[in-house]
Design a protein around this ligand. Structure first.
Ligand code: ADP
Ligand code: MG
Length: 432
């Protein structure tokens, strides 16, 4: 609960204010619908009450509390107990910068991620010798960062003498800029070229950054030649990263490229179950399934929905059941947000026509894929908020006029052809 409140607060005040007043607040629990918060001093209590009470209340309201109330108590910091839901990772975690929660043990394996998981395990077992580089791609919130950190933990534990470095592409870029400005390039190079396992997250952000690409190219070569392991993550495969130098793209393709797809229902339920257990929450199967059905495409949001549901029940002092879950989520997600995932549409349509999803989003023009592809485009348009250019992007970078044509075609067919009509109806029923 508290994590969500903090997120809201953080968005609304400056970093300095946040750091000064909120980082040391600890949630004590909920008593009869009142959230109790521990602050370290009476001065802080007074200040927070005068300046931030409304903000905290607003955050509680957003979580679905009917009568959002909280109480501040002075608890000297040693006596403060752990947050009941999250032990937040420290902001400046020691090297390597790995989130302790992101381990293999905490990673639920399903059909959507089993390949990526297997590759990650193989790399963790023999870094530099299994697949190099390992390139993991997939949509937001599907576990790429988690898997990378898991390899990092595993290698650090198994081979304590190896040096592990995790960096987001954004941080790499910023550090590079600083190094250039402060004339510390040799230090920068030494740092990244002396590691045994380099994890670079969200490499798609390197697109268009020429200086960073240049520098990363040399880092890559130095590590690769020394048989050091490199793992990269991205929201798309190398070939779809536009304005990526060809020499980098080809290097990204040297090793193994593996993807993570959105999890199916069973996997989503398993993830929720593990989450609940880890937090010591006992939640009925039907509640977990309900939540898993609402949030289909992003595991971070899936976990958020679980936490919101728990917070809602606890703040309103009611037992958590399916009805309460439905209420909690309906008040938080506006109806449009609980929309169908475009990828899910592609999968379902492909499945229906006994094709592979790749056939639909790929470039092939065989007769047997053209109509299914048009149907999929039509459904994405109808069931999601995607714009025509976005749909074009989803379907292998097609032009928006092609998408428009496809949609009109299906519409015409639906008007004249009973079979197409019932096909669309059946597909929609399975999707929403
Ligand atoms: P990405 O980097 O792909 O955007 P993350 O790795 O940050 O996604 O994952 C988002 C959240 O979902 C994290 O809290 C992560 O622990 C969780 N998560 C993702 N995949 C799994 C999984 N297979 N099992 C358990 N938790 C997962
Ligand atoms: Mg990530």
């Amino acid at each position: 609960v508290w994590q969500h409140i903090l997120e809201h607060i953080r968005r609304n005040i400056t970093e300095v204010e946040f750091h000064t007043w909120f980082e040391r607040i600890r949630p004590l629990g909920v008593q009869e619908g009142v959230l109790e918060l521990a602050v370290p001093t009476s001065f802080a209590l007074d200040w927070i009450r005068r300046h931030y009470a409304e903000l905290i209340q607003e955050a509680l309201g957003l979580l679905g509390a009917q009568a959002p109330r909280f109480e501040l108590k002075v608890v000297p910091s040693t006596a403060v107990q752990e947050d009941i839901f999250h032990a937040a990772p420290p902001l400046d975690a020691p090297q390597p910068r790995l989130n302790p929660k992101y381990t293999f043990e905490n990673f639920v394996v399903g059909p959507n991620n089993s390949m990526a998981h297997a590759a990650a395990v193989a790399v963790a077992e023999s870094p530099g010798r299994a697949y190099n580089p390992l390139f993991i791609y997939g949509g937001v919130g599907l576990g790429k960062t988690h898997l990378m950190h898991a390899v990092g933990h595993s290698v650090a534990k198994r081979f304590p003498h190896l040096k592990v470095e995790y960096v987001s592409t954004e941080t790499f870029t910023n550090e590079l800029i600083n190094a250039i400005r402060e004339d510390r390039m040799s230090e920068f190079r030494e740092r990244y070229r002396s590691v045994d396992l380099l994890l670079v997250d969200d490499i798609q952000f390197i697109a268009g950054k020429e200086r960073t690409q240049e520098e990363f190219f040399h880092t890559f070569n130095a590590l690769y030649e020394a048989h050091k392991q490199i793992i990269l993550s991205s929201d798309r495969p190398p070939k779809d990263i536009l304005t990526l130098e060809a020499r980098l793209r080809s290097r990204f393709e040297w090793g193994l490229i593996t993807d993570i797809q959105p999890p199916d229902l069973e996997t989503r339920i398993a993830i929720l179950k593990m989450n609940a257990e880890q937090r010591g929450l006992r939640i009925g199967e039907e509640v977990l399934e309900y939540i898993a059905r609402q949030v289909t495409s992003n595991i971070r949001e899936l976990e958020g929905a679980l936490m919101r549901t728990v917070a809602y029940a606890s703040l309103n002092g009611v037992e958590l059941n399916r009805v309460v879950a439905a209420k909690a989520l309906s008040e938080i997600f506006s109806p449009r947000e609980v929309e169908v995932d475009p990828q899910e549409i592609v999968r379902k349509v492909a499945e229906h026509f006994a094709l592979r999803p790749e056939d639909l989003v790929g470039g092939g023009r065989r007769k047997e894929v053209v109509l299914p592809r048009q149907v999929a485009m039509f459904l994405v348009r109808e069931l999601t908020r995607s714009s025509l250019p976005e749909i074009g992007q989803l379907f292998g970078g097609r032009d928006h006029t092609t998408v428009l044509y496809a949609i009109q075609k299906v519409q015409e067919l639906a008007e004249s052809d009973r079979e197409v009509q019932s096909l669309l109806r059946a597909l929609k029923e399975r999707l929403v």
